[in-house]
Design a protein around this ligand. Structure first.
Ligand code: SF4
Length: 211
């Protein structure tokens, strides 16, 4: 099997396992997802999902959040790490949404990345989940690890890893694979104990049973 065939096989196997991968962050509108991805930096989705119901009740829209006092925002998010910085980002994000984008979450990478607290990775999540747009790959700690183990990249820098993935896979598959690789890393190809025995990719993975 040459490299092209191997990449096609990886795509097929991941598509079978994750036909419709979704973020595990809970949200019911684009504004809520932007808040959730800001809160999720260096933090588990599970913890974010625990605090967002109360947060969204108190700050249901960008205008309410933009007008809120930072100290009050902190109280609602104090159980997540870096909550001081995240409170500032949430406030800045809401102000930018209201002042520059008329309270509406924009649908381009460029505009999303102008929101405080939203870097390329988060922007990719928002574009994928809300707008069905694949501009690249979400490269988080799971995608970094799985891509390296699968021999799809030798890079450590997320921007370079994303470029390697964009070169390896067909653009039409980016959206699905972006979500699928995150979930595969979270539940099967875990950091400490990858479950190679039950991994659907174990016949096409150069690291199988070697990690
Ligand atoms: S075979 Fe093992 S190392 Fe390779 S992707 Fe699967 S779980 Fe990860």
């Amino acid at each position: 099997m040459n490299e092209k065939e191997r990449v096609v096989e990886i795509t097929k196997l991941l598509r079978e396992k994750f036909p419709n991968p979704k973020t595990e962050l809970n949200f019911s509108n684009p504004y809520q997802l932007v808040c959730a991805v800001i809160l999720a930096a260096m933090c588990t989705d599970k913890l974010v999902n625990k605090i967002t119901p109360e947060f969204f009740k108190r700050f249901p829209d960008p205008k309410t959040l933009a007008n809120a006092d930072i100290e009050e925002i902190k109280k609602y998010i104090s159980s997540v790490n870096f909550y001081n910085n995240k409170a500032k980002s949430l406030s800045g994000m809401a102000k930018t949404l209201v002042v520059e984008y008329g309270g509406v979450v924009p649908s381009t990478m460029e505009k999303l990345m102008r929101l405080p607290g939203v870097a390329r990775k988060s922007a990719n999540v928002i574009l994928n989940e809300v707008f069905d747009i694949a501009q690249g790959f979400v490269v988080d700690t799971h995608v970094t690890r799985v891509s390296q183990r699968l021999g799809l990249t030798m890079q450590k820098d997320p921007v370079k890893i994303e470029q390697d993935l964009m070169k390896a896979f067909d653009k039409k598959d980016w959206r699905l694979l972006s979500g699928a690789i995150v979930l595969h890393g979270r539940y099967t190809c875990t950091a400490r104990k990858p479950n190679c025995a039950e991994c659907v990719l174990n016949k096409v993975c150069p690291s199988a049973f070697k990690v």
